[in-house]
Design a binder for this molecule. Structure first.
Ligand code: ZN
Ligand code: ZN
Length: 429
């Protein structure tokens, strides 16, 4: 079947330019890109005044299956991704069982084939059970389909274990994704340690809990030659550490989440447990530093850390609530509202951080629109507005701190391998 995306503004993620062009898709592959293409019986998708982007890739999500299906499943999580404009996601291994052996990787990929609506790349654990003691069989995990290694949710506290993990990962050519947190400094805090934690009477997590591990992992990456990707950095100090490391030529990349460039610790006032995330929401100065890091290229990737939890789990006192918020369905709107509209990033720069950059970090296909590429395409309407209403989320969980916020700039088509899975803000599958 032929599809023709007509009159759209094509985002070129290599040159960071935007140019008007038609895109022809044949059997799931892009077969022509030109200023004017004839319709010739193709099904037409009108894209005038819209951004035609390489399919967005979220390299940090928690799909919760196997083990926590009350929060999310591969079926619902990939639908939430499609609603959010993502054609692919990488899923973290802190499921039950933990993704620490090849059989679990294979079972996830099987479920994805049966029930997934976007592409899913499994991330496997660095250590068995993510317990931080014994390295996993990384070769087996890679062979089964794992594209990166991470003990997300659990920092690898033992530096010797982390170094060994990086050495093996380096031999296999897999990146290590670090959840940078020193547990002894975080000390079971519930929010950022500062003015608001004092005012609210909540135990704080200091910025240093993140920064000492960011520094350690950068040094270990330098020592081992391993490709290191720092998940969800959130402090001005972390941004500066990455900036300096990149100047020295360390193979380090990093990501920031939409909530960390949108919200601050002041948003915890009122004790809404949807604002309880790890790392915690930081200060206005940290948000400013994160935006600067995005603009100057220190921060490579925007990823959601989509972390669904049931309403029951979150309906407890702030200090007892689990960490995490759902991010897939609000990410593009927040990127356009908070970064593109105020001029922190151009639309093309923002799309690059949501497509070709994560593809490069994970060494997976996608991230550019070109003849011969698979037709993974996201179309964004930069003018479209919507009020965030979690009751309409495709995700099983609704733990969003953005309820009621009006976002401008939303995905209107998600296409995976030439198949439309979301159109006009509705799932089509
Ligand atoms: Zn994490
Ligand atoms: Zn995470």
């Amino acid at each position: 079947m032929q599809l023709l995306i007509k009159g759209g503004n094509l985002v070129n993620t290599e040159k960071l330019t935007i140019e008007k062009a038609d895109v022809l898709i044949n059997d799931g592959v892009i077969t022509a890109i030109s200023e004017q293409l004839p319709i010739n019986g193709a099904e037409v998708i009108e894209a005038a005044d819209k951004l035609v982007c390489p399919g967005l890739i979220d390299m940090h999500v928690h799909l919760r299956e196997p083990g926590f299906e009350a929060k999310e499943t591969i079926a619902t999580g990939t639908r939430a991704a499609a609603m959010g404009g993502f054609t692919a996601v990488a899923c973290m291994p802190n499921t039950n069982p933990i993704v620490d052996n090849a059989a679990v990787v294979r079972s996830i990929l099987e479920l994805v084939r049966a029930e997934g609506v976007v592409k899913v790349y499994p991330i496997a654990a660095i250590t068995k059970g993510s317990k931080g003691a014994e390295i996993t069989e990384m070769g087996d995990l890679k062979e089964a389909g794992a594209i990166a290694l991470s003990d997300d949710g659990q920092p690898v506290s033992d530096s010797g274990v982390m170094r060994r993990g990086m050495q093996y990962a380096h031999m296999l050519g897999l990146p290590v994704i670090s959840h940078s947190e020193d547990k002894s400094l975080a000390a079971e805090g519930a929010m950022h340690e500062g003015y608001y934690s004092t005012v609210l009477g909540l135990k704080g997590i200091p910025a240093a809990a993140e920064e000492v591990m960011v520094a350690r992992d950068i040094l270990l990456a330098e020592n081992t030659g391993c490709r290191l990707h720092l998940a969800h950095i959130s402090t001005a100090g972390s941004v500066e550490l990455v900036r300096q490391a990149k100047r020295r030529g360390v193979k380090v990349t990093c990501e920031v989440t939409p909530h960390h460039f949108t919200l601050t610790d002041a948003d915890v006032v009122g004790y809404n447990t949807a604002t309880k995330v790890n790392p915690p929401l930081r200060t206005a100065a940290d948000v400013a530093a994160v935006k600067e890091g995005l603009a100057d290229g220190t921060i490579d990737v925007i990823a959601t850390d989509h972390a669904p939890h049931t309403a029951e789990e979150k309906a407890v006192e702030y200090q007892y609530a689990p960490f995490g918020l759902v991010g897939l369905e609000t990410a593009v709107g927040l990127v356009f509202t908070e970064l593109v509209a105020p001029g922190v990033l151009t639309a093309a720069q923002a799309i690059a951080k949501l497509s070709c950059m994560p593809a490069a970090v994970l060494a997976v296909p996608g991230g550019k629109l070109a003849v011969g590429e698979r037709a993974d395409i996201t179309i964004i309407d930069p003018e479209r507005k919507e009020k965030v209403d979690p009751t309409g989320f495709a995700s099983k969980s609704k733990n969003s701190p953005f309820v009621g916020r009006v976002l401008k700039g939303l995905p209107v088509v998600t296409m995976v391998n030439g198949k439309i899975v979301m159109k006009d803000r509705r799932l089509t599958i």
